[in-house]
Design a protein around this ligand. Structure first.
Ligand code: ATP
Ligand code: MG
Length: 393
């Protein structure tokens, strides 16, 4: 089951058609991977997709190898043209980053395709992320390179991938496509913006699912299973899942399982309630324990809880004290000064109450360094929204 993702999905496809590099970013679990995979199904069927599910622990050398393997090359790390196994790449500031050089050869049945064009040499060495022969081959074979979980990339990886994209940009590829995905509310944390690649990158923020998108999943799913679900129950699912596609899916499956066994197949409010309990117990036990430890049971204002709620409902993942004050002032309907919040905020960053939150220092473009607060575990954000929505239903 897949709900189309509106404007973001259209922009994504448009970017691909125009030869731009879509950079999809957004909160944990919001559906980035699903959307991108959905849009490149054709390439996948035709074995033109190079899907790097996570760039964590990968080097750009590994990625080039995967591209060549998809085309039909066999990779050996033995290098004949050089003495050493690794070369280095100079990046901005003259820093040298090692690059694991390798040799690629077309062997066996795959070599039948050799000779198609002069491009496809049977054997060659790759010793740099800017190797233009690899990009030419990717272009010739119309590869789609999907780099997922960019937020887990090492700084070295980011530098080298920037160089690769620059080479790509200079080639004006018509068929080779690159897609970048990462969990962040801020695209500039995922890639290094560089004048050489800026014109090609298209940022595509993916936000929480709209009510219509969530409702589509519920209605389509229940109709397929011939289950009747009252609008009021569907509305509760929409509200509690607060735009998290995996949560909508989970609650629907739990409810459907109960209702399916019944005659007539009608979903009840009890089904909904037990689906929520099941989610907390089976899928989010750890988050729930942590959340309960973090919030206070007594106290008039329950500041720690207010802070977590404000953090969870914030569009941005990196929040300043000022933004917190504004938001909690709105929540409580009375003026809350930062002096009231700084103690509870500090507690949420300590082990006694979690830690659920942490400090991040950021200074961009010569600006002064600012102090931000963010969640230690990004999954906590949607979870807290769910808890709050659950309390309100
Ligand atoms: N458009 C959609 N329609 C229906 N279900 C979806 C949709 N998008 C995502 N899902 C469901 O939500 C789950 C999480 O989605 P996905 O893994 O694509 O999110 P993500 O943004 O890539 O997450 P992460 O930040 O962990 O990389 C999927 O397993 C799928 O069940
Ligand atoms: Mg993903």
């Amino acid at each position: 089951m897949y709900a189309k993702r509106g404007e973001a999905e259209e922009d994504f496809q448009k970017a691909l058609r125009r030869g731009m590099i879509p950079l999809v970013f957004g909160e944990y679990g919001v559906g980035k991977t699903s959307m991108a995979r959905r849009c490149v199904l054709d390439a996948e069927k035709q074995k033109r997709l190079v899907n790097i599910e996570s760039v964590a622990g990968q080097s750009v050398s590994d990625i080039l190898k995967r591209c060549l393997e998809t085309i039909g090359y066999t990779i050996t790390t033995e290098i004949t043209t050089q003495q050493t196994e690794s070369a280095t790449t100079k990046v901005t500031g003259g820093v040298e980053i090692p690059f694991k050089a390798f040799k690629a050869s077309l062997t066996g049945e795959n070599s039948n395709t050799a000779g198609e064009t002069a491009l496809q040499k049977a054997q060659f060495a790759v010793s740099s992320p800017t190797d233009s022969k690899v990009i030419d081959l990717c272009e010739q074979h119309q590869l789609v390179l999907l780099l997922d979980e960019l937020h887990k990339a090492t700084p070295d990886f980011v530098e080298q991938i920037t160089l690769l994209i620059k080479t790509y940009a200079n080639k004006n590829c018509k068929n080779f496509r690159i897609i970048l995905l990462g969990t962040s509310s801020d695209a500039s944390r995922l890639v290094r913006r560089d004048p050489g690649i800026d014109r090609l990158l298209q940022e595509i923020p993916l936000k929480a699912m709209s009510t219509a998108e969530s409702r589509f999943i519920i209605e389509k799913g229940m109709t397929d299973l011939k289950i009747d679900i009252e609008k009021s129950i569907a509305d509760k699912i929409v509200k509690t899942s607060s735009g998290s596609p995996s949560l909508v899916q989970y609650l629907c499956l739990e409810i459907a399982e109960k209702a399916f066994a019944r005659a007539p197949r009608t979903a009840s409010m009890d089904d909904f309630k037990s689906s929520l309990t099941s989610y907390v117990n089976k899928r989010a036990r750890r988050l729930d324990d942590l959340y309960l430890k973090a919030i206070e049971t007594f106290g008039q204002k329950r500041y720690r809880k207010q802070i977590l709620r404000a953090m969870a409902e914030m569009d941005n993942d990196y929040v300043t004290m000022e933004q917190l004050c504004d938001s909690i002032t709105k929540q409580l309907g009375e003026d809350i000064p930062s002096t009231a919040l700084s103690g509870p905020l500090r507690q949420l960053k300590e082990t006694t109450y979690g830690p659920v939150l942490k400090d991040v220092e950021r200074g961009e473009g010569g600006e002064r360094v600012q102090n931000y607060t963010t969640f230690v575990d990004p999954a906590m954000k949607a979870f807290i929204r769910m808890k709050i929505a659950g309390e309100e239903t």
